[in-house]
Write a protein that binds this ligand. Structure first.
Ligand code: CTP
Ligand code: MG
Length: 187
């Protein structure tokens, strides 16, 4: 029997990595991360990646994670819904939130090298850059947390469910952002 907790927990634990991209749209603006520099005739990252978006988005992602921790504690979860104990849980939260936006910036770097203009679509890359960023940061700095929460037992099944849902979640959030006039394009 597959335990439903194993199926759902990876998605729940990924929320602090899902939020920063959308939050960056709201907090972004000002100084671009690449300071306007170009490389081989193209911007390094482009005007769509700003420091305000990076730090604002990551902090909102961590804040949402802390709300999840509080909710989990409120319903009696002894390990804060899988995030772990204080103050250690700040580590995975930061890796998830900052990793997501590092992945997002890396995705823009790849897009510019492929001469894809800022804001233009890049299927797969646009949807998965933040997931890869968060997973790579966890793999480098907290491998045991990553394996324990996204692989061991039957967690890998939940991780697969999450990966399958990513395009749908991404699309849903962006369509909302577009309707609310926060995003210029619905992707
Ligand atoms: N944003 C930001 N800083 C970041 C990430 C995002 O300011 N680090 C803001 C920008 O206003 C950006 C918007 O969020 O335009 C949407 O983000 P995204 O779709 O990732 O960027 P694009 O503009 O599409 O640029 P790219 O083609 O490089 O992905
Ligand atoms: Mg975009």
């Amino acid at each position: 029997m597959v335990d439903w907790v194993d199926l759902v927990l990876p998605l729940w634990l990924m929320v602090p990595a899902l939020v920063p991209n959308s939050a960056a749209v709201l907090t972004g603006g000002g100084l671009p991360m690449d300071l306007g520099r170009t490389w081989r005739g193209q911007r390094v990252l482009g005007d769509g990646k700003t420091w305000r978006g990076f730090f604002g988005g990551a902090f909102v992602g961590m804040a949402v994670g802390l709300v999840q921790v509080a909710i989990a504690a409120g319903v009696g979860s002894t390990d804060h819904g899988g995030f772990g104990q204080w103050p250690d849980l700040l580590g995975p939260l930061a890796l998830l939130a900052f990793g997501a936006l590092l992945g997002d910036a890396a995705g823009s770097f790849v897009k510019r090298r492929l001469r894809i203009k800022r804001g233009a679509k890049a299927p797969v890359l646009d949807q998965y850059n933040f997931v890869v960023g968060a997973l790579v940061m966890l793999a480098i700095f907290d491998w045991s947390w990553l394996v324990e929460h996204f692989w061991e037992g039957q967690r890998y099944l939940g991780a697969l469910v999450f990966l399958a849902l990513v395009p749908i979640l991404h699309r849903g959030v962006n369509v909302l952002g577009f309707r609310w006039g926060k995003k210029e394009v619905p992707w």
